[in-house]
Design a protein around this ligand. Structure first.
Ligand SMILES: NC(=O)C1=CN([C@@H]2O[C@H](COP(=O)(O)OP(=O)(O)OC[C@H]3O[C@@H](n4cnc5c(N)ncnc54)[C@H](OP(=O)(O)O)[C@@H]3O)[C@@H](O)[C@H]2O)C=CC1
Ligand SMILES: Nc1c(N[C@@H]2O[C@H](COP(=O)(O)O)[C@@H](O)[C@H]2O)[nH]c(=O)[nH]c1=O
Length: 234
């Protein structure tokens, strides 16, 4: 209960004081940090107990943010299905250029928001017909402005946001300094160099530029490791 109260408190404070939700990024990876194979296959990396833990994590968040790449590759639902909850978290899909379609599973339950830059009236009407509301985002350096997205979610009362996306959105969120905590499930397996990583990142030439993290918690969930990490200095 105490942990729960602290969590609600930090989300509320983040929204009120920083104008954006508290952002927890969840990822499931092999021990060599791979989240999907080159062909996009990723089901499943972690075991059933870790995946049930993810259901708890989803249930504790106001909204789940994913990217267009994940919707196109996985057609995920991103819902809470194995725990009794009254209301599903909102699902927010960042799809700047409207590459996904309204038939995707994530849009089917009336609790999904589409965050886009391209304002194609015909396409947006098709989403609207499914009950999917659009958040119109500003562009920054040609891509969706992620700070604008978080500000708009805060404006809708979202305190706690969970990012469940591929390396593209994970990397962009982290590079923008918009990740407060990372919950990383690590499966005791290896997928090899050719598989996809956790965070899309420009090549570094100086190790001083690496992203330093603090380990807040570490433990086992079923056969997998669970690490809770925070960007150092955040
Ligand atoms: N193991 C795991 O935990 C998970 C694995 N996956 C796997 O990941 C793969 C998909 O990864 P990926 O293609 O990277 O998909 P993502 O879901 O991360 O989609 C890329 C997203 O990043 C956005 N983006 C990229 N760069 C920027 C930027 N500079 N500023 C703002 N937004 C940016 C794109 O926006 P735009 O739409 O505007 O281009 C898009 O929304 C799949 O194979 C899936 O199975 C996915 C989720 C979890
Ligand atoms: N592969 C992988 C995960 N992947 C995430 O789960 C999504 C599918 O969710 P759903 O459609 O609700 O079942 C998928 O698109 C991706 O975001 N999660 C994990 O805990 N472990 C895993 O091994």
């Amino acid at each position: 209960m105490e942990a729960e109260a602290r969590r609600v408190h930090r989300g509320f404070l983040s929204r009120v004081e920083r104008g954006r939700p508290w952002v927890t990024l969840k990822a499931a990876a092999t021990l060599d940090g791979k989240t999907a194979l080159l062909n996009g296959s990723s089901k499943w990396i972690t075991g059933p107990q870790a995946r049930l833990d993810v259901q708890r994590l989803r249930a504790a968040h106001c909204a789940i943010l994913t990217g267009s790449g994940t919707v196109l590759a996985d057609d995920p639902q991103l819902t809470v299905r194995e725990l009794p909850i009254a209301v599903q978290p909102w699902r927010v899909v960042l799809d700047g250029e409207l590459r996904t379609g309204p038939a995707a599973r994530v849009y089917q339950d009336g609790r999904a928001l589409l965050a886009a830059c391209a304002m194609d009236a015909g396409k947006l009407a098709a989403f609207g017909a499914r009950g999917v509301e659009t958040l119109a985002l500003a562009r920054r350096d040609g891509k969706a402005d992620l700070a604008d997205l978080l500000a708009q979610l805060a404006g809708r009362g979202i305190n706690e946001l969970m990012v469940e996306a591929g390396a593209g959105l994970n990397g962009a969120m982290l590079r923008a300094g918009l990740v407060d905590e990372i919950v990383l499930y690590l499966a005791p397996s290896l997928a090899g160099d050719a598989a996809r990583g956790l965070f899309a990142w420009p090549a570094l030439t100086d190790l001083a530029d690496k992203v330093a993290l603090d380990i807040v918690d570490a433990g086992k969930v079923g056969a997998d490791l669970k690490l809770v990490l925070r960007p150092r200095g955040a």
